[in-house]
Design a binder for this molecule. Structure first.
Ligand SMILES: *Cc1c(COP(=O)(O)O)cnc(C)c1O
Length: 391
């Protein structure tokens, strides 16, 4: 199985057999618990992530099929699904960290994750040092005897900086520090962080993995059994469990992930290059453009550059607001990774809690627009963007 391409793996899902045959599609096991003939099997199932199914908060066949499918795509030994991306991230952070531990995290972080690190720092006695995502020397300098975790994102939001996974993971490995990588923006089609030395991969499955803007979910994938068991055990206590129906929708969406990802990337290339030449646009931020600071790293690390980009309008905030109210096809909405093109204005929505100085430090302008590109025809998208720019 390990030699199969993602296109094949995504289609052929792990599916538990019935009596003498196996359903083609993974069935939805919409049940809260399971019935036992043998009390010993009942007892054994309580204690491990791969035992008999006992109770929905511990595991469920539909959820486990999804966990095995994502673990297969990422090249891990096992996975723990959660009710949202933040559910998965917090299960990993609170499952692995203790008061007194130190974390090194990249400066450009998803907002929800940054808020969790603030909580860990202010309420739970975990200290956090922030370093750029592509600076192994800074990471090495930040390591202390009590450093437990290095936290990275393959591609960051909304300026799409790419993490130097091989360089950063090597520094952590040398020091016995666990590396956790949020691979939501790349998906396992563009990057498998475990192959670059990471120990844990997390995803918001709400985005590309499910792919249809109809479900919330998260998952953590592990390179080794011990961490898998430790986090699974904490997950059963925390209870941020993924619902079987959400798992079933995610499995269904995931079968077309490689096809969708290719189209997201092609459409983004088309929009980003056309916008870069437009006089109303001051800058386009996408690691597939040679002008992006991560371009060289991205070209080495990734086969393509993802379906999210942002751009700055010449006219600042007023131009940003005018653009947002002039698009007709692109939808004003949070989130990303669905089949529809979605746009948002970070300064007034996803990053509104940042001060003017923090916005500036993150490189986010008053006129920055973030685009999560869908799978529509690229010419229709360009026509919409062009008329909104003219407005
Ligand atoms: C959306 C997102 C999350 C949070 O996921 P939810 O499913 O919304 O909880 C975490 N990381 C990244 C990079 C995301 O885009």
């Amino acid at each position: 199985m390990s030699s199969l391409h993602p296109e094949t793996r995504a289609v052929h899902l792990p599916n538990p057999p019935l009596n003498g045959s196996t359903p083609i599609a993974v069935p939805l096991y919409q049940t809260s618990g399971f019935v036992f003939d043998d009390p010993a099997v009942f007892a054994d199932g309580m204690g491990r992530p791969d035992g008999a199914f006992v109770y929905g908060r511990l595991s469920n066949p539909t959820v486990r099929a999804l966990e095995e499918a994502v673990a297969g795509l990422e090249g891990g030994v096992g996975a723990v699904a959660a009710g949202s991306g933040m559910g998965a991230i917090n299960t990993v952070l609170f499952g692995l960290l203790q008061p007194g531990d130190h974390v090194i995290a990249q400066t450009a972080l998803y907002g929800g994750t940054a808020a969790s690190f603030s909580d860990l720092q202010e309420r739970f006695g975990v200290s956090v040092t922030y370093v750029p995502q592509d600076d192994p020397a800074a990471a090495r300098e930040a390591i202390r005897p009590e450093t437990k975790l290095l936290y990275l994102e393959t591609i960051a939001n909304p300026m799409t900086q790419v993490a130097d996974l091989p360089g950063m993971c090597a520094v952590a490995r040398e020091a016995g520090v666990t590396t956790v990588v949020d691979n939501t923006f790349a998906s396992p089609v563009l990057c498998r962080p475990l192959e670059h030395g990471a120990d844990v991969v997390v995803h918001s499955m709400t985005k590309y993995l499910s792919g249809h803007s109809d479900v919330l979910g998260g998952i953590a994938v592990f390179a080794d059994d011990a961490a898998h068991r430790e986090v699974w055990s904490y997950a059963t206590k925390l209870g941020a469990t993924l619902d079987p129906f959400a798992a079933w929708l995610t499995l269904r969406g995931m079968q077309t992930l490689p096809l969708r990802m290719a189209r997201h990337c092609d459409n983004t290339r088309s929009l980003a290059t056309r916008l870069a030449e437009h006089p109303a646009v001051a800058a386009v931020h996408w690691p597939g453009l040679p002008s992006h600071p991560s371009y060289e790293l991205a070209a080495k690390l990734l086969p393509d550059f993802g379906g999210v980009f942002s751009f700055d309008l010449v006219g600042g905030r007023a131009a940003g607001e005018r653009f947002m109210s002039s698009v007709r096809l692109a939808l004003l909405a949070p989130s990303l990774g669905g089949v529809e093109t979605l746009i948002l204005h970070p300064a007034t929505t996803s990053h509104r809690s940042l001060t003017a100085h923090e916005l500036q430090r993150a490189g986010i302008g008053e006129g920055t627009v973030r685009v999560a590109v869908g799978i529509e025809h690229p010419d229709d998208l360009w026509a919409d963007f062009a008329q909104a720019l003219d407005a």
